[in-house]
Design a binder for this molecule. Structure first.
Ligand SMILES: NC(=O)c1ccc[n+]([C@@H]2O[C@H](COP(=O)([O-])OP(=O)(O)OC[C@H]3O[C@@H](n4cnc5c(N)ncnc54)[C@H](O)[C@@H]3O)[C@@H](O)[C@H]2O)c1
Length: 344
């Protein structure tokens, strides 16, 4: 099989999924999108995609399917037989998973299994990319951190954590994603499928409808712009590496080119140490850039929250010839533009 040209994007009405679908429509691909409108903003993203499809070289089909309905998923896959499945549908928030662990399990673990197994049955040659998470590494408390003025650092992992970091699923979300992550990896080994697991850190960008529960860059940008009073969990020195959606799309492009050589691969994906940021650093930047004072207060840290998580992206750089190009502050400026565009 040459580079895939017919793709199925699950969660294609979500933030990452809609950006991916638009990109491949512009490239002239046959793009199918599966979504069930679980996420706030997903209907707006579908309307945006439809408009984009009309101006693009590609073809677009939307399927309102819930991943938890196994027979619907099987029927769709046997009908479409796509050359690539970009699986970005999911329950995305650890907080929500703690409130309703079954819903989280059924979408992320069962839903991913149904999809993966349907691909095995109908189109086993397809590239299968799964959006996993850094939460599969747990709170990383075995690695000591140092509290500095604006952020935590981790002397043992100054450039971040690589794929050999021990798994330690934490929170129902960590467990459901972790289970799915291991199935996707293993179907590469056992069935020789072209599966890839991306353990994503913070991804941000346009078309993200941030909420209190998920999408922290967008959420804090929104709170400061709107001059709302808002809470910060913990002391705000927690660090993540942030990756703009444009850079994630470039990474997926690279996976598509190498599809037939990939099987059961795992990559830690984020902006890397150069694009790492604490909540405090973000808020100070926003105050300076927007010329206002943030009205924030602190609440208890979220259970299992990693004080310092940065992806070590060396493997992706070496194997996929990919490097993040959007600098963190340029990316935050773009996020300010997206929030100011008032699409919400
Ligand atoms: N954005 C990040 O920073 C980040 C970080 C780590 C992992 N991820 C993972 O990447 C994926 C995409 O994230 P996102 O930020 O675009 O999230 P998102 O919430 O914007 O998109 C997810 C989409 O999945 C759809 N969906 C949810 N349940 C479904 C179901 N049962 N059937 C069909 N569709 C369903 C939603 O309606 C939504 O459109 C998720 O799996 C998420 O866990 C994202």
């Amino acid at each position: 099989m040459s580079q895939p040209k017919s793709i199925l994007v699950t969660g294609g009405c979500g933030f990452i999924g809609s950006n991916l679908a638009a990109h491949y429509l512009d490239k002239g691909y046959s793009v199918s999108v599966l979504d069930n409108f679980w996420r706030v903003g997903s209907r707006q993203n579908l309307e945006w995609l439809k408009e984009r499809a009309e101006k693009s070289k590609g073809t677009f089909q939307f399927y309102e399917v819930d991943l938890r309905e196994r027979s619907s998923v099987q029927n769709l896959l046997s009908q479409l037989k796509p050359e690539a499945v970009l699986h970005f549908a999911g329950q995305v928030a650890a907080t929500v998973s703690i409130q309703d662990p079954y819903v989280d399990f059924s979408i992320n673990a069962e839903g991913t299994f149904y999809l993966l197994d349907a691909v095995r049955e109908s189109c086993p040659e397809a590239l299968f990319v799964f959006a996993s998470t850094n939460k599969v590494y747990g709170d990383l408390s075995v690695f000591g951190v140092v509290e500095e003025e604006t952020r935590y650092t981790c002397p043992e992992h100054q450039r971040g954590f690589n794929e050999k970091t021990p798994l330690d699923f934490y929170s129902p979300y960590g467990c459901s994603k972790g289970a799915a992550d291991q199935y996707v990896r293993d179907f590469g080994r056992i069935y020789n499928m072209h599966t890839v697991v991306l353990r994503l850190s913070t991804i941000y960008g346009g078309r993200q409808f941030a909420t209190y529960d998920q999408g922290w860059i967008g959420w804090f940008v929104e709170q400061v712009i709107r001059q709302e009073r808002f809470s910060i969990s913990g002391n705000g020195k927690q660090v993540r590496d942030i990756l703009h959606a444009h850079d994630l799309i470039a990474l997926i492009d690279s996976l598509m080119k190498k599809a037939t050589t990939l099987s059961g691969e795992i990559f830690n994906i984020g902006g890397g140490i150069d694009n790492s940021l604490s909540i405090r650093e973000l808020i100070s930047y926003l105050e300076k850039t927007l010329g206002c004072k943030a009205d924030s207060y602190h609440i208890d840290a979220r259970k299992g929250d990693q004080p310092f998580y940065v992806s070590n992206i060396q493997k992706a750089q070496d194997k996929l010839e990919w490097v993040p190009k959007v600098d963190k502050w340029d990316g935050v400026n773009k996020m300010i533009e997206w929030v100011n565009s008032g699409i919400k």
